[in-house]
Design a protein around this ligand. Sequence first.
Ligand code: DON
Length: 316
Amino acid sequence: MNAADRQEWALLQAVLAAELQAAKALTSQGKAASYIPELAKSPPDALGISIMRADGAVLAEGDVHLSFTMQSISKVFTLMLALMDNGERAVFEKVGKEPTGDDFNSMLKLELVEPGIPFNPLINAGAIVISSLIAGRTPAEKAERILDFFRSLAGNEELDVNESVYRSEAATAHRNRSLAYFLKDNNVLTDDVEEVLDVYFQHCAVQVTTRDLARMALVLAYDGTDPITGLEHIPRRFVQIAKTFMITCGMYNASGEFAIEVGLPAKSGVAGGIMTLVPGRYGIGVIGPALNAKGNSVAGVHLLERLAQRHDWSMF
Ligand code: DON
């Protein structure tokens, strides 16, 4: 680490508590998701952040002991696993590469646009198709491979599916079922719909802390190689694809604004998590269950805006 990096780390350490407290005031402007009934139990005023650097040192502030489900953040990693299992050509025959400007669970463009494949792998329709592309003979085997992949990236063998959130989503996912049956009718999904959805619900319900997200993001910040262990987990090209989707679609139809205000690849989830990274420097995990109208953590986004602007982190 050079002197400038050491200085920035010290500065971050000095300002993080105050920035977090200021951002926490915004939690009252949002609401925890409730369309998955179990998520409504999340503490709405929580806010926590972990920032990890290449030697594994972590700055942690706020509610970092809270565990929460990855939800849509998991889609970044299932995309990369599907790319490793099938290659780029086969994956992009089934999902597109463009943002939608619609909500994450929208059906609108599936019918409007030929040839009826989801616009990108980070909206629900696209991520459901990606779940069907994960290698494995049975849904249980696919889910296990996904979990193993997440565990190795997080360096945490304890990662597991939160059974109550998984069941809560599976019992109420009428919209995702409609999307999946529509995709089946279009022959984009060829497997059994309920089996594909089961894999999808399980990976969305993997329970993490901000530290786990920071560690997973650190691997992306270092192009697929864990800087702590030196292990190459993901080919650079697939990380590049995933990070590009994070920029263009990671915060749904707030991705443009986030790119302007923060300027980093990021992915949010409806449990209130945000995973982001500063390329070649940090992996960052945030939790703040109160969401804004676009489904992103209201205080989490604000905190990242403040930190990125203060430390000039934008890639642009
Ligand atoms: O399929 C769903 O609706 C959830 N399991 C995931 C959606 C999500 O996290 C959207 N993120 N902001």
